[in-house]
Write a protein that binds this ligand. Structure first.
Ligand SMILES: C[S@@+](CC[C@H](N)C(=O)[O-])C[C@H]1O[C@@H](n2cnc3c(N)ncnc32)[C@H](O)[C@@H]1O
Length: 332
């Protein structure tokens, strides 16, 4: 049983209440769909985008790549899918911000997929989307795994904005995505009584990125994927440091805060048993907030923890700064 009923969790302030998702495994009802007719790739692009063939191309290429061979996707479904998740308007064109978001999703999806390649195919995968917003990423990830790859998956999206969660639930219901659940809750207040394979976040604002990483550590997630957004708290906290000649320019102040903040998060993750890669998951044209932290548990054995601690302390001292993540994990 869920400790908090779905409707109840949509009323009032959801941010200071513990929300717990049940661990009861449920069957997946979404079967693989076959291509109705043998459409060419170009037709498929044209159809799915209402005449705009370019944006769909990366998705199509991704689905049609040869290694591993993938099942065909039903592009009728795919066009209505983009409408249902509200990236497309009813005429089949992208909403103003829809195209860029879609490109971000296409860049993010392979990172999730590569993580799942190392996980058992014999059981349901469990993923958590922290700060899911309108749920675009999870709706796409769920569609991809159930309709294209044919893997059992359960995804839980959480966001503290109840209005967005309501929209997410409507879309998931319309699509028949019955193992895709959404809860209105603060990330810090969310509890789950079963192991999580992957926790991910895309542009979780300010310290929601720290909350995501802390939740991943708390739940012992095998993978933690995080792409931060505005790091307002970090920026305003880093005032005294040796690089003020650089950070007096606001554009550099922002970049410096991003770099120092993400470096310290990566070091904390290493000290908690994760191996971490930091890289650009998408082009800066797709999003200027394009740096991903991809952490995998148990690969930090090769990491020199003493060196990691020393790096962390040096940064903390030089920038007079402790990331929120440090406080959060001390409270675990
Ligand atoms: C910029 S939006 C990104 C949404 C989505 N991940 C995407 O890429 O479309 C950030 C979301 O994080 C949510 N958020 C911020 N802090 C949060 C917290 N502490 N707990 C839960 N949600 C949070 C906001 O409500 C917002 O919907």
């Amino acid at each position: 049983m869920r400790a908090v009923d779905q409707e109840e969790s949509l009323s009032g302030d959801p941010t200071n209440r513990v929300v717990r998702a049940s661990s009861k495994p449920q069957p997946t009802s979404f079967a693989l769909t076959a291509l109705e007719e043998d459409r060419t790739q170009a037709d498929a692009c044209h159809f799915a985008c209402g005449g705009l063939s370019l944006p769909i191309q990366p998705w199509v290429s991704y689905l049609h790549r040869e290694d591993p061979p993938l099942n065909h996707i039903d592009f009728d479904d795919f066009a209505s899918f983009l409408r249902t998740i509200r990236l497309h308007n009813p005429r089949g064109n992208f909403y103003a911000e829809g195209r860029r978001k879609y490109e971000q999703l296409l860049a993010y999806l392979p990172q999730i997929e590569s993580a799942t390649a190392k996980l058992s195919t014999k059981r349901q995968l469990v993923m958590l989307d922290a700060g899911c917003g309108r749920g675009y990423l999870s709706l796409l990830v769920y569609a991809y795994f159930t309709k294209v790859v044919g893997r059992q998956i359960r995804i839980i999206g959480i966001d503290r904005n109840p209005k967005l969660i309501k929209q997410c639930r409507i879309a998931a219901k319309e699509l028949g995505f019955d193992q895709l659940e959404f809860y209105a809750t603060d990330i810090s207040m969310f509890k789950l009584d079963e192991p999580v394979d992957i926790i991910y976040s895309l542009h979780a604002c300010d310290d929601a990125t720290d909350q995501t990483i802390a939740k991943g550590i708390e739940l012992k997630a095998r993978y933690i994927l995080s792409v931060s957004c505005c790091q307002h708290t970090n920026r305003t906290s880093m005032r005294r440091h040796p690089m003020t000649s650089v950070s007096r320019h606001s554009v550099f102040r922002e970049r410096l805060a991003d770099m120092v903040g993400d470096s310290m998060r990566a070091l904390i993750l290493e000290q908690r048993g994760y191996g971490v890669k930091v890289f650009e998951f998408a082009t800066s044209g797709c999003t200027p907030k394009n740096v991903m932290l991809k952490a995998v548990r148990d690969t930090a054995r090769k990491v020199d923890i003493d060196a990691s601690v020393a790096h962390y302390e040096r940064l903390a001292e030089a920038f007079h700064f402790r990331p929120r993540l440090q406080t959060l994990i001390e409270e675990l």
